[in-house]
Write a protein that binds this ligand. Structure first.
Ligand SMILES: C[S@@+](CC[C@H](N)C(=O)[O-])C[C@H]1O[C@@H](n2cnc3c(N)ncnc32)[C@H](O)[C@@H]1O
Length: 232
């Protein structure tokens, strides 16, 4: 298992910083984040933050509304949220602060680093919602759900654990579904069409990205797709 010292071997494509944060969010980054961030130098096994609870993982939580909702609805589950974009982390912190949520730990960097640090069979559910599409063929290896990362997710997921994925991008939809269906480690969830749904499950709120994209009128667009697979 690579140690956190090897994190430089991953190249993160995508932004880390956007507009300057407002004062309230800057304060949360300085006060709340240090209390709930995952620190692999102090705690090499991130599962140890949760003392035996079920652990769910969200990769690329964006504004954090989905993760915060899951944390509120499932107070006995420990949540790990991974997101390298500072403005998004600050947005999640606002949700955590406003909801007084106690069960979230934040990894403010590339999810692959924390995935590598997690032990085998330690995650009971994983979410990768509207990952960056990288629609050009030459960028296909940057797509999060694919042949590189599916075995990594499979290693840390418990047998029977759900993997929930979504996308609105036709190229990415086709790519992810092909790799999910071909994976020897995952099988489609029963309430799906070979792993695919056209609607979210009841305990799956819309994300900010999803709401923004759905509001756009796109000709001949087949709409978002939701994938639910089970770790064998
Ligand atoms: C299109 S946004 C979607 C955000 C959110 N899931 C939503 O649906 O609103 C994709 C997010 O994935 C994050 N991301 C990209 N690569 C990542 C990685 N390797 N690890 C964790 N997050 C990543 C980006 O910073 C970005 O916030």
């Amino acid at each position: 298992m690579p140690s956190f010292f090897e994190k430089a071997s991953y190249i993160l494509h995508g932004r880390r910083k956007g507009r300057p944060l407002r004062t309230g969010k800057t304060a949360l980054m300085q006060t709340l984040l240090p209390r709930i961030e995952i620190n692999l130098e102090q705690q090499s096994n991130p599962a140890d933050y949760f003392s035996g609870k079920d652990i769910w993982l969200e990769v690329g939580f964006g504004g954090g509304e989905h993760l915060a909702w899951q944390a509120k609805e499932n107070p006995n589950v420990g949540m790990i949220g991974c997101e390298p974009y500072v403005n998004a982390v600050a947005s999640l912190l606002k949700h955590i602060d406003e909801g007084a949520l106690q069960n979230i730990r934040v990894w403010d960097d590339d999810a692959r680093i924390v995935i590598d640090a997690l032990p085998d069979n330690s995650i009971s559910r994983a979410f990768v919602l509207f990952p960056d599409p990288w629609p050009k063929n030459r960028h296909a290896n940057r797509r999060f759900i694919g042949p590189e990362n599916l075995p990594k997710l499979a290693r840390i997921m418990k047998s029977g654990a759900q993997l929930r994925v979504a996308s609105d991008d036709p190229t990415l939809q086709e790519y992810m579904l092909e790799h999910l269906r071909a994976s020897p480690d995952f099988k489609p969830a029963p309430d799906t069409e070979h792993g695919m749904r056209k609607t979210r499950l009841d305990d799956w709120p819309a994300t900010r990205y999803e709401i923004k994209e759905l509001a756009k009128k796109r000709p001949n667009w087949k709409g978002p797709e939701y994938y639910v697979f089970i770790r064998k």
